[in-house]
Design a protein around this ligand. Structure first.
Ligand SMILES: Nc1ncnc2c1ncn2[C@@H]1O[C@H](COP(=O)(O)OP(=O)(O)OP(=O)(O)O)[C@@H](O)[C@H]1O
Ligand SMILES: [Mg+2]
Length: 361
């Protein structure tokens, strides 16, 4: 695939480029003795938004650098739109890139920054100007075209960077920590912006982040990486609700791993070999000092615990409670007239057996 991918041969802009499928086939990247990415296989479908999530050093950026062509794999192959890109240098790949290390050109105005990818593709000046005005409107920066990057706020710079990544309507878009530099409010706002742009352009997008909330909000699917390998790939809902491993359960949200010695788990059968039981904090119900009479006791696990700490968190209360040798966390939405508990209070908890998950250790 060449630089003319989005445009017809006579320089006329095609109205829409076709999003491309991306495939990693058994890709390994070594840095000396370290396998930054190890035998990675992954298909990103056309138009899909996939987020690569994982702790620092897990190989996220390396994965994206390989895809962008800034690094070459030691073994394995990458396909974009069904074609191997092994022999295609990065500047000849038709892709939008928003990397932190690939900032706006500081000596060019916003308008010139946006024109750059179009110029690279040989688009005529009058067409370029029209396209730049169009995308500036789209990211709510119509009045900012003549400014220099340093005259923009962080959020505005980020919007220009996104616009630059998308302006040539590439078949694939690569984002590395696109919102990393922004504060919380702005980040949420920009998440909405990215989502909207993805819906509109339909570009196959691979986004790298270590922000789990961002991953959950933006993605069709999430790839969780650990030590250069894929730990689990699934939709945000499935990944949160049915994590396959303890690592994923702990990395994506909070997890209570239930130590068998404290809980009679036999009602639900013994945990399968090599797994432990896990319950999410919001699935645990705080009953209070007395156990209320219930009709569905059979499906519930009830335990008596001692409150260690109540943490006030606005509309939520977080409790840390102790049972035997372990501490559980739970969350409660604050409601009118609700009883609160303090350190040292003995209370009962329960949860549905069906809310427990067995995760591999
Ligand atoms: N150019 C390089 N030379 C040597 N080792 C490298 C290089 N780039 C990355 N690594 C190593 O490869 C591994 C994966 O790095 P990578 O940058 O992909 O991690 P990451 O998941 O993006 O982490 P972060 O969340 O901190 O950005 C790390 O152990 C890192 O030290
Ligand atoms: Mg990184």
């Amino acid at each position: 695939m060449g630089i003319s991918g989005s445009f017809a041969a006579d320089g006329e802009t095609k109205t829409k480029s076709v999003p491309a499928q991306i495939e990693f086939r058994n890709v390994t990247k070594m840095y000396g003795q370290i396998a930054a990415v190890r035998e990675l296989s992954l298909v990103v479908h056309r138009g899909e938004f996939v987020t690569v999530l994982g702790p620092s050093g897990s190989g996220k950026t390396t994965t994206l650098m390989l895809l962008a062509g800034f690094e070459a794999p030691n073994s394995g192959e990458i396909f974009i739109g069904g074609n191997s890109v092994a022999a295609v240098p990065s500047y000849r790949r038709d892709q939008g890139i928003v990397f932190q290390s690939y900032a706006l050109f500081p000596h060019l105005t916003v308008r010139r920054n946006l024109e750059f990818p179009l110029e690279m593709r040989g688009m005529k000046a009058n067409e370029r100007a029209a396209r730049v005005e169009q995308i500036l409107r789209r990211v709510h920066l119509s009045d900012y075209g003549d400014r220099m990057p340093f005259q923009l706020s962080g959020g505005q710079q980020q919007r220009v960077a996104l616009a630059r990544g998308l302006i040539a309507d590439p078949p694939i878009l690569l984002l590395d920590e696109p919102l990393g530099a922004l504060d919380r409010n702005l980040r949420e706002q920009m998440q909405g912006e990215i989502k909207g742009l993805h819906k509109e352009f339909g570009t196959t997008t691979v986004c790298v982040t270590h922000d789990q909330e961002e991953a959950l909000t933006l993605s069709d699917r999430i790839v969780v990486m650990r030590g250069g390998m894929i730990e689990q790939t699934d939709t945000p809902e499935a990944l949160y609700d049915r994590p396959a491993t303890k690592f994923v359960a702990n990395f994506l949200g909070e997890a209570n791993i239930l130590d068998e010695t404290n809980f009679p788990l036999e009602a639900n059968g013994q945990p399968p070999e090599g797994t432990v039981a896990m319950i999410r904090p919001e699935r645990v119900r705080l009953l209070g000092r007395a156990i209320p009479a219930r009709v569905d006791a059979v499906q519930r696990q009830t335990v008596k615990v001692v409150v260690e700490e109540m943490i006030y968190a606005g509309p939520l209360r977080k409790y840390r409670v102790r049972i035997g040798n372990q501490v559980l966390v739970l969350r409660e939405h604050v409601a009118a007239g609700q009883e609160t508990f303090e350190r040292g209070d003995e209370v009962h908890l329960d949860w549905l057996h069906s809310d427990m998950r067995y995760v591999r250790v």
